[in-house]
Design a protein around this ligand. Structure first.
Ligand code: NAG
Ligand code: CA
Ligand code: CA
Length: 377
């Protein structure tokens, strides 16, 4: 049956991972592996595996083919040789999901950055164990889904999607007459969809490992179901974001840039006119370009916003709750984590407690998702 097959496959991957790890360690005497893989949690395959990646280190240097603008700003700052750490991060990403052991946590905050978003009050919530994708769903993964199912996204059906003005070519910009009054940097672009993130003249061939964009909530649900997974509830997502830390702002703690390091793909500079790309990326980054949190999860804040299964509401029941699923109905769905467009001046939402909303049929160039499941897939 399916779950036995999945378990078998997972076990095979694990064996191969450990075999290669031993060989690689013998050959290279990699000191980092002693502190990460050596300290793995016992027994639980996918979780231990994700820590193989030496999560404190960023992965690839900027690919000049891929992010021309980012290279301009950051080549010197981020260039580094392919080290054993990078190898393990790339290799272990193959094991895709980690077990998030259930438990209680404080959801929300009593010091809301944006009170109108319903970030508070803080409340005690328990979530049961689940498995979570360690990364945002990538273009490559979404391509596999479309290849296998023939799925057509909502943006493809509607014929347009919202794109951040700053990433559009002059040709595309000149064809657009309308904008969103409250947020003039969002432009509805004809022909923009997951395969053409900045409109018909753009492609994803050199962005296979970047998060898929322009996916609606329905599209995200369709992908997760195809993969025998589902979207996380907001509570599951936030519990996972916190990575075992209590009442901190970010997945890694309270300081945005500890030791001057960037821990997420956000916006540096003046929004919306100047993005310095100090963190290495002015647009999306390949998934797992920044350090993982304590649960082995990458890009929980920043890079792209992530859909959750909950309907949006700003008033919360403060009674202790188990596995809350949000309101029974609503107009908008909750998204979490902020994106590469978030800057403190305008979108201080790259915090675990922060939240925002969109209608389920919305799609945009900074909104993606990841899936969870009860069984490893
Ligand atoms: C999807 O199908 C195309 C065309 O057959 C193929 O070139 C591509 O490699 C496939 N991609 C994935 C991720 O399966
Ligand atoms: Ca950035
Ligand atoms: Ca994210």
């Amino acid at each position: 049956n399916a779950s036995a097959t999945a378990a078998g496959l997972c076990f095979e991957k694990m064996l191969l991972c450990f075999a290669l790890l031993i060989i690689f360690t013998c050959v290279n005497r990699v000191p980092c592996l002693q502190s990460s893989c050596g300290a793995e949690r016992e027994g639980v395959a996918p979780q231990g595996a994700a820590t193989c990646g030496c999560g404190q280190l960023k992965r690839a240097a900027v690919d000049p083919q891929q992010d021309g603008a980012a290279v301009r700003y950051s080549r010197g700052a981020r260039e580094r040789p392919l080290t054993s750490q990078h190898f393990w991060i790339v290799f272990c990403s193959w094991l895709q999901m980690v077990l998030i052991a259930g438990g209680g946590f404080l959801m929300g905050t009593n010091n809301p950055g944006i009170p109108a978003d319903g970030e508070g009050p803080q409340r005690l919530v328990h979530v049961d164990s689940f498995y979570m994708d360690i990364q945002e769903v990538t273009n490559r993964q979404f391509q596999s889904f479309v290849n296998a199912s023939g799925y057509v996204t909502e943006a493809e059906k509607f014929g347009d999607s919202f794109v951040f003005e700053g990433s559009l070519s002059e040709t595309v910009k000149n064809q657009i007459t309308q904008a969103v009054a409250a947020a003039p940097w969002w432009l509805p672009v004809k022909g923009a969809n997951w395969k053409h993130p900045e409109g018909p003249d753009s492609v994803i061939t050199n962005r296979q490992d970047h998060p898929v964009l322009h996916v609606s909530w329905m599209d995200a649900v369709a992908y997760c179901s195809w993969a025998n997974k589902r979207l996380p509830t907001e509570a599951e997502w936030e519990y996972a974001c916190r990575g075992g830390l209590k009442d901190r702002l970010y997945p890694w703690g309270n300081k945005l840039n500890p030791n001057g390091q960037h821990y997420a793909n956000l916006w540096q500079g003046e929004f919306p006119n100047y993005n310095s790309g100090e963190d290495g990326y002015v647009k999306t980054s390949p998934v797992m370009s920044f350090p993982a949190n304590g649960f082995g999860l990458y890009d929980m804040v920043g890079n792209v916003w992530e859909w959750t299964s909950d309907w949006w509401a700003v008033h919360h029941n403060t009674d202790q709750q188990r596995n809350p699923k949000g309101p029974p109905s609503g107009a908008d769905k909750v998204k979490k984590g902020g994106s590469y467009m978030c800057h403190k001046s305008y979108c201080y939402r790259y915090r675990c407690a922060a939240r925002s909303q969109n209608t389920p049929d919305s799609s945009a160039s900074n909104l993606g998702f990841r899936c969870v499941s009860q069984e490893p897939q």
